[in-house]
Design a binder for this molecule. Structure first.
Ligand SMILES: CC(C)(COP(=O)(O)OP(=O)(O)OC[C@H]1O[C@@H](n2cnc3c(N)ncnc32)[C@H](O)[C@@H]1OP(=O)(O)O)[C@@H](O)C(=O)NCCC(=O)NCCS
Length: 152
């Protein structure tokens, strides 16, 4: 991978954040509703962490939409990693975590974390940004992975 760009900022060298991955996904909420009905408990447990399930189950009327958003976020992240769900990247390795403000963030574990570390230039650390929405029966997620200076 090419070395990150540097520019002089006042007295110290700053390293520009680099985009190292971008992914997007759309998920049909009706399809998720069907999966939740056909495989009660199994769909949730196979794909989602305990914390993700707890958040989705808190709002019964938005349950399928929340699972669909997280499904889209995981797929978008797997694309940003450039692997999809292959090469040791599993669904539960990618977790959607909401801040108290409601803003979604992502935590990576296991094979997904290793893949992100492999993409990150030395001396830098990876940062994941995620944006979620749903409308007209579809959930959408966009995930961008940046590398920023490790000392920032
Ligand atoms: C990458 C992946 C996540 C794509 O998801 P998908 O739902 O099958 O397909 P989408 O329409 O959302 O995305 C397809 C696009 O992703 C992109 N894509 C394919 N492989 C990719 C990769 N390794 N990295 C990044 N993007 C990739 C391509 O642009 C592709 O378009 P194309 O098929 O026209 O070439 C998929 O390969 C994968 O790993 N799927 C696992 C799905 C699964 O296990 N489903 C079970 C549900 S319970």
């Amino acid at each position: 991978m090419r070395a990150p760009m540097r520019w002089a900022h006042e007295e110290r060298d700053c390293v520009l954040p680099m985009i190292i991955g971008l992914g997007t996904d759309l998920c049909d909420i009706a399809r998720v509703t069907e999966m939740l009905k056909r495989f009660p408990g199994r769909f949730e447990a196979r794909l989602f962490t305990d914390q993700e399930q707890a958040r989705a189950e808190r709002r019964k009327n938005a349950r399928a939409a929340r699972y669909a958003q997280m499904f889209a976020a995981k797929e978008a992240c797997s694309k940003a990693l450039g692997t999809g769900f292959r090469k040791g990247v599993f669904w539960r390795d990618i977790e959607v975590v909401h801040l108290p403000s409601g803003k979604p963030t992502m935590e990576l574990y296991g094979g997904a974390l290793r893949r992100m570390q492999d993409l990150t230039p030395s001396g830098m650390q990876a940062q994941v940004e995620v944006s979620l929405t749903d409308e007209s029966g579809l959930a959408n997620a966009v995930v961008m992975i940046f590398a920023v200076s490790a000392s920032a």
